[in-house]
Design a protein around this ligand. Structure first.
Ligand code: PLP
Length: 395
């Protein structure tokens, strides 16, 4: 008999996919213009022009055998050097190519990191609600226990009361995702410093390091004057997982990396463990062509104007109608309080009565909230506003 756990995972749609699939079907019936789909986080701004120019240039002018051949497992050295240079320019990170391990996007980076750190099923990896629902699968794959810290619903920074109760001698890592999916909140320097103090004290008490796994695919997606603190400057034992899925709008190209900063305790050992864990998940090397593309485009900055306009339009319109949410400063999500506190019922009703597709927060660890992805057209947002109004008026 085949594996029951995987059968379960393979035959249940994530809530995000469920609403997305409903939208595609419904559009055939009522017309795409009458479906307001805020379910999925697929970037809606094109990749920078330099990406396609580089692909063309490589296709015409680069040795085809080399271009499409295997790279070493960690990625081309020239690509890793370009990534390290960029990190050094922006964060004075002390990065070197031999501490960067390229992966097929951020999810594989997280899976490999979890597996590299976990030793036994007594180990625990903490995730902070609200969190990316795939964390349960991703960090579950490490064999460690995934422990959830409830959200601080006042502002969606970290709930320190709960975190203090959850960290124990078995804690090996805490996952930090900022800018956050689903809340759009950016953890402040003050929050991160407080967390660093707590983790340092507990690591000392238990006599082993507790790592931060910084999941940062939205690092550059931040609006206004808000800054995303560079976590290794605040907490040395940080391992960074990153991808260009969101920042350069390249989610289908599958490229990301893991960076073990120089200040990280046992960094060389961890890097060796990453290589080993990557072998176990069959990560031969990330796509070779896109490595060469990113090598050239690593310094490109996304034009966030369209996301920012959407953010402001939705935030202003929804709060004016009476919806409540923490101010979303980053990523392209907002996490809105369901009018009667039951986001699952709100989402079903919005889907059935208004063709309005929002994702209930149950899977994100916050059942009272629903998530909106605003990487959509501004036009769709404007057309959807009467549906949001009808929903709140119906409560
Ligand atoms: N981490 C978070 C918080 C995400 O929101 C996502 C994708 O939506 C990922 C990781 C996975 O990114 P990738 O597509 O690069 O694997």
């Amino acid at each position: 008999m085949a594996n029951k756990k995987f059968y379960g995972l393979g035959t249940t749609l994530s809530p995000i996919r469920k609403f997305f699939a409903y939208g595609l079907e419904k559009a055939k019936e009522v017309g795409a213009e009458n479906v307001y789909d805020f379910s999925i986080g697929n970037p809606s701004i094109p990749a920078p022009a330099l990406v396609n120019e580089t692909i063309e240039d490589l296709a015409h002018n680069y040795d085809s055998v080399k271009l499409h051949g295997y790279s070493v497992a960690a990625g081309h050295e020239s690509t890793r050097r370009a990534i390290a240079d960029n990190l050094n320019e922006r964060f004075n990170a002390g990065a070197t190519a031999d501490r960067i391990f390229c992966t097929c996007g951020c999810n594989p980076a997280l899976i490999i990191t979890g597996k590299a750190l976990a030793e036994s099923e007594e180990d625990e990896i903490i995730v902070l609600a609200p969190f990316f629902p795939e964390y349960r699968v991703i960090f579950g794959a490490s064999g460690a226990q995934v422990r959830v810290v409830a959200a601080d619903e006042r502002d969606f920074q970290i709930n320190f009361g709960e975190l203090e109760k959850t960290i124990c001698k078995n804690t090996i890592a805490v996952v930090v995702n900022s800018p956050n999916n689903p809340s759009g909140v950016v953890y402040t320097e003050e929050t991160l410093k407080k967390m660093a103090e707590l983790l340092k004290a507990r690591a000392e008490e238990y006599g082993h390091p507790i790592y931060i796994i910084a999941d940062e695919p939205y690092r550059e997606l931040v609006y206004g004057e808000v800054k995303v603190p560079y976590i290794p400057d605040i907490y040395a034992n940080t391992i960074i997982c990153y991808s260009w899925s969101k920042s350069l709008s390249l989610p289908g190209e599958r490229l990301g990396y893991i960076f073990v900063p120089p200040q990280c305790e046992d960094g060389d050992v961890i890097y060796a463990c990453l290589r080993g864990a990557a072998r176990e998940v069959g990560s031969v090397c990330p796509p070779a062509l896109i490595q060469k593309v990113v090598e050239k485009c690593v310094g490109c900055e996304p034009d966030l104007a369209a996301y920012d306009e959407n953010r402001q339009l939705l935030y202003d319109s929804l709060t004016e109608m009476g919806y409540e949410m923490a101010k979303p400063d980053g990523a392209f999500y907002m996490f809105v309080k369901a009018p009667n506190g039951d986001a699952a019922a709100f989402s079903e009703k919005a889907m059935k009565e208004q063709n309005l597709l929002v994702v209930p927060g149950t899977g994100f660890g916050c059942p009272g909230y629903f998530r909106l992805s605003y990487c959509v057209s501004g036009d769709m947002i404007r057309r959807s506003l009467p549906a949001f109004r009808a929903m709140i008026d119906s409560y």
